[in-house]
Design a protein around this ligand. Structure first.
Ligand SMILES: N[C@@H](CCC(=O)N[C@@H](CS)C(=O)NCC(=O)O)C(=O)O
Length: 223
């Protein structure tokens, strides 16, 4: 059985999709309309949270995007994407991997919700503005690190770059990328030039088309 990834266009499930492409693993990509909990209720039988990603690898079922990248790198990476416990940057690697979701993506979901997703009468411009600033302030802390090296840690591209890279992709959808500091902006350009990033983008759009889904990235939906 190949690995199956349940995915919505440019949602957090893009992280494991990108990791699968970096690793060159065979996988099935099951596309879902966004949000699946409302538009494909049968998905709740697969993942009671109703969220993407869901990765199924034999008996393993996972629903946290950063953890899935860590899992794929450790189990299927054969020394690429992962940083081992014996390496000096192991702690930095884990910290950045989780920083990408817990610190950089979380505030953006408040921007997305309170600036774009909620009906007009429930929008909260001040909350959206505050958390956009919150995100950009925390993102700036990467500036010195990226001035010293092309990728975040361990002297090479790792799953931590995928985790943070998705936060940058989301920021682009939210119109925040123009406020990236110079090193972060250059890093984001580098990430987008990776062949595996491009393949992941091509695959998600091709599968959405083939599976008959609306061709709109989840963060661009305006319900
Ligand atoms: N912390 C989880 C968050 C998963 C999550 O909330 N995914 C969003 C898409 S980016 C989702 O499926 N939202 C639909 C919903 O909440 O119903 C992760 O990193 O994977």
């Amino acid at each position: 059985m190949p690995i199956t990834l349940h995915h919505c266009l440019s949602a957090r499930s893009f992280r494991p999709l990108w990791a699968l492409e970096e690793l060159g693993l065979p996988y099935a990509l099951q596309m879902l309309p966004f949000p699946p909990r409302a538009l494909q209720k049968s998905y709740l039988e697969q993942n009671p949270l109703g969220t993407v990603p869901l990765l199924v690898d034999g008996p393993t079922r996972m629903s946290e995007s950063a953890a899935i990248c860590q899992y794929l790198a450790a189990r299927h990476g054969a020394g690429t994407l992962d940083v081992t416990a014996a390496e000096p940057d192991f702690g930095a690697y884990l910290n950045l991997l989780h920083f990408g979701e817990a610190t950089l993506t979380f505030p953006q979901t408040l921007v997305l919700r309170y600036r774009f997703f909620e009906p007009a009468e429930r929008r909260q411009p001040q909350i959206a503005e505050d958390y956009a600033r919150w995100f950009l302030a925390r993102l700036r802390t990467l500036e010195p690190r990226l001035a010293a090296q092309p990728f975040l840690c361990a002297g090479r591209f790792t799953a931590a770059d995928i985790s943070v890279g998705y936060a940058l992709l989301l920021a682009q959808h939210l119109g925040l990328a123009e406020q990236f500091t110079p090193q972060v902006a250059a890093y984001w350009q580098r990430l987008q030039q990776r062949p595996a990033y491009r393949r992941a983008q091509e695959r998600q759009w091709a599968e959405a088309r083939a599976q008959g889904l609306p061709l709109v990235a989840a963060p661009d939906l305006r319900p």
